[in-house]
Design a protein. Sequence first.
Length: 280
Amino acid sequence: MLKDKQTKSKNIILIGGYGSGKTTTAIEMMGNRPYQIYPANDIDIDDIYSYPNNHGLIIEDVHYKPMKDKILSLILINPHIILTSLNEKDVSKTILNMCVRKRLGRTDKRQNNIKELAPNCIKPIDINKSIYDINFELLKNKDRKQVLKIVKHNKPSDMQLLSWVQPNVDVRSIAFADHIMRRWPTDYFYEVLTYSLAGHLSGRPSFPKRNTYSPVPKICSKLGLKTRDSYLVKSFLMNEDYKEWATKKLNSDECKILNLKKPRKKSVRVTKINKTLGDF
């Protein structure tokens, strides 16, 4: 029964970046049909069966804390539902499989509208950045106020941010940011890291290649921790016995990531003894 309803369903999910026209497209697709718009995390319909079956429903941002059960139930009983999302990866696979996907790209069409209305205006800066772009801004952009705005808006992982910046700078310049990480509020960490750098990096920044794995899970595994507990490593390393044990468990590159000094293996000098028959 569920499969039949799924097959007949004409529900659509529109996937696209900020300003790509998801809501506008959804409204256009409704035509003359009456409709309501709800955010996916706050669908104010107490009884889903009371919602008119011939009315449309636009549910926005299903990538963010959606009311999954209610959305699935509505999809099954109403063929006039259009969902929107910034991406696919954060949307429940069950919801995705019950909809026809339509991708609108990542171009912010709002900028084109502004350009038509005011052709001489200064183009606003897009602060929605990937982790690559955020690190590029940290290392190359001299406008630190703008950089901080970008970092705080995107809220990247503190450990990832620091580990990507580290190979490109003098470690001493970010020592304090490293020290306060996860001891103080994240926004304060962002501020300290941003203003610890000047944005004067010349040349191309050194970033991990795409599709390469983070060393963090492997390090955690060697230290007997889950990846989600990686934030505990720093506290544990304050214990000298733990630090010594961790240094033995990790290789040189992994120790370097954690700012541990891997002791060099002592070379054993073999003294060659020349014996003669008389010694026996």
